[in-house]
Design a protein around this ligand. Structure first.
Ligand code: F6P
Ligand code: MG
Length: 438
């Protein structure tokens, strides 16, 4: 039986850790860019709403600057003072933190997961308390640039999908195609905007499938086959529709790749329904909100590239016939709380039960992984199941490129090999894991 001492939460209190660098350098840069974006709105809000509009934007700038300086000088974490649907839950989580810690919770002393999530939630709070900027997404521009740069790569991936569709059922190596679309979805997680503090990297117009085959050696644990077996088994035994849930991460190339995976699952009849979980507020810069879903499909349908426009239309119609479902807002609240998933069953029973009706839940990206394993400093050979704790609504998997210094599910010694190759192996998105829990 595997056993390990209870690990501690990642925190900026450990100088030199990635959490420390993030709170010290990266988050203040993200806040500075957010302040600049809002500041640029002064004149347009003045034109639209007069002096009242300009003052409103200036007040948002002032509050964001205060948040930035409080973070940089390690001030206590503030309560949430707004009337959003999750405000009580956030304040209760802060209260629990106060009880658990023998000091006042603060940016550099408290668990990194809480601190980082709280920054994005406070940005939303400031905007919500404004008069004219309630629906303003400060990351909208960055997401739309990233989407623009992703279109040609996505078009190449869609051509693989067309090739698969053209083959019909004749002797197709289903497992091989499954691997192509699952791994495209995995590696597309490299392109989040929060690691780069908002700078979008161009996934390029290279053939993503060829690029991916050169990345195999960087997958530290690969349970793709177990995931395929799980779905194939359900497909042959189920008398009902097979449902796959995707807990989405980033807009742009990642969301497009996730949609390709979803389309493949439907076309291959491995699943009949795909439920997409989104964020209810701007989150970690690039995470998908409902506006991003609409915008992505609109950009695709109006593209001059006929592959993109054809699939854009198809996916819009899937939202109508409900083979694609965007999970309703009240069930997406938990994704923007600071809580780990092991606590979901008692903190949000309805979401836990919703996930329990799925045949496979796919968790995308780094932050979802951190929440799956409670953002604790596990030893890398901890079995995934142990790190999940009480969280097991359904069979689930995590597709994640490593962008934080926590990993589990590796064979013993694999961490040392990666370390030898690259001292920053845990935090740059160069390495990845595909982990499955039946
Ligand atoms: O800033 C910290 C962080 O959680 C990193 O761990 C990661 O790079 C990023 O934010 C979010 O990554 P993802 O979009 O993959 O969840
Ligand atoms: Mg993200």
């Amino acid at each position: 039986m595997y056993s390990c001492p209870t690990p501690s939460p990642l925190s900026a209190k450990f100088e030199g850790s990635f959490a420390y660098d993030t709170v010290k350098d990266r988050l203040p840069v993200i806040l500075t860019k957010t302040i600049d974006t809002v500041h640029k709105c002064i004149s347009s809000y003045e034109d639209k709403f007069g002096e009242d509009g300009a003052n409103d934007v200036k007040s948002v700038v002032g509050q964001l600057s205060k948040l930035r300086s409080e973070m940089m000088t390690d001030k206590p974490l503030n309560d949430f003072r707004d009337d959003l649907k999750d405000t009580e839950k956030w304040n209760a989580a802060l209260e629990r933190l106060k009880q658990d810690e023998d000091h006042t919770p603060s940016h550099f002393k408290s668990p990194w997961l809480f601190v980082e999530c709280a920054m994005y939630r406070q940005i939303t709070s400031i905007l919500q308390n404004s008069k004219f900027m309630k629906d303003f997404d400060p990351f909208c521009q960055q997401k739309s640039v990233a989407l623009e740069k992703s279109m040609s790569g996505a078009s190449v991936l869609l051509q693989y999908l067309q090739k698969y569709l053209a083959l019909g059922d004749n002797g197709v190596d289903l497992a091989r195609y499954f691997e192509i679309f699952l791994k495209a979805s995995l590696w597309s997680n490299k392109f989040d905007l929060s690691l780069s503090a908002g700078v979008s990297h161009d996934p390029g117009s290279h053939d993503p499938v060829q690029v991916m085959s050169s990345l195999e050696e960087y997958i530290l644990a690969d349970e793709t086959d177990e995931i395929f077996q799980c779905l194939s088994k359900i497909q042959t035994s189920a008398a009902k529709d097979v449902r796959v849930d995707i807990v989405l991460d980033n807009a742009g190339f990642e969301f497009l790749s996730d949609l390709c995976l979803a389309e493949f699952l439907l076309q291959s009849k491995l699943a009949q329904k795909i439920h997409f979980h989104i964020k209810n507020m701007p989150w970690f810069i690039s995470d998908v909100t409902s506006k991003d879903v609409d915008y992505t499909l609109k950009q695709m349908t109006s593209s001059s590239d006929c592959t993109l426009s054809e699939f854009g239309k198809r996916w819009q119609s899937r939202l109508v016939d409900k083979s694609f479902i965007i999970v309703p807002e009240h069930l997406c609240q938990y994704w923007t709380l600071p809580s780990s998933y092991t606590d979901m069953q008692h903190l949000d029973e309805s979401l836990y039960e919703y996930l329990a009706q799925s045949d496979l839940v796919i968790f995308k990206g780094d932050l979802n992984f951190r929440k799956l394993v409670a953002d604790l400093s596990w030893s890398s050979d901890t079995p995934f199941k142990n790190a999940l704790g009480a969280f097991h609504p359904s069979p689930l998997c995590s597709l994640r490129t490593l962008k934080a210094d926590v990993v589990v599910g590796l064979k013993s010694g694999r961490d040392l090999e990666a370390e030898k190759d690259d001292a920053n192996w845990m935090v740059t998105g160069k390495y990845a894991v595909v982990l499955f829990d039946a």
